[in-house]
Design a protein around this ligand. Sequence first.
Ligand code: DAH
Length: 357
Amino acid sequence: MAEVDGQVSEQAGAIRVRALAAIEGAEAMEDLQRVEREFTAKNGPVGALLASIKTAPPLERRGIGQAVNELKGAITCALEQRREALAADRLAAERRADDFDPTLPAASLDVGSLHPLTHVVRRLEEIFTQMGYAVLDGPEVELEFYNFDSLNIPGDHPAREHFDTFWCRSEAPEAASARLLMRTHTSPVQMRALERMELPFRAIVPGRCFRNETTDASHEHTFHQMEGLVVGEGITVGHMMGAMKTFLRELFQKDLEVRLRPGYFPFVEPGFELDVRCPFCADRKTRGCSVCKRSTWIELCPSGMVHPVVLRHGGVDPERYTGFAFGLGLSRLVMLRFGIDDIRHLLGCDLRFLSQF
Ligand code: DAH
């Protein structure tokens, strides 16, 4: 056994001497790579030594394994040192060259940027959390109950036609009583919030919505909304107007008028269309611009006082509590904010568009 051990260590020592000499003698990276391949290849000298384990008596195998590992370690270490030395030589040579110019700008790296939607959502979250709102989330694949029935839109309600719904197919027998769909608005999270939050509360829900619509410059099957919901004792339309003015002042950095027009949505009573004075031409003498189509007003969001039926569905006593809700069209707001003229850019993944933000 001792004899074989001695033989192995002799072989390992010889390989080591040859390898270290070859590594030391490598004058360029390419040479070094060649030496590395030569010595570390499976059929190279180290590989052959390792292969001898198979035919060695069991008691000697351990010794062979150890010798091979030490040899590999020594070779790897020498390769690393030589690689560093060659890299340093190369850099030094480049610096000595006549055309070396340390003042040249470095090659620019392609770095990503935030999506315009992310910019706006982050800003809105900042503004509303400062006003005491919680930021909530809800499922995009939603139960029919939350998306419609609980919001006072039963199966035969004509308002359902307003939502071109993507229904999810399900083979499950319970499907009829719990049909799934892609949520058509962020309003179902109103009901989830009523069920879950302690009263009083204020919340916003930014999120994706889906409608089975023909797409064009202002319609997309996937778009973003931000729901707002405030419930407490004595909440009035005045609170809603105040909240909207505050958030608009923060977003556009100026005081903007808001106005209400009557609007109909089954889950609010009364319901409104809330308009804002066009932030893009409000200061100018000549009132009206292309953004507000010369009217000086921009439709901002539908809103209203939460319908008593909705509060009751959420387990809240409408005799004691009231609330307001609004459904901000986030995609539209982003388009307004950045002057984007086609909603399809938002989810289009075109880097020429995205890299502008
Ligand atoms: N969810 C409605 C839609 O997408 C918009 C809406 C209207 C939201 C009135 C509200 C609201 O919160 O109060 O058409």
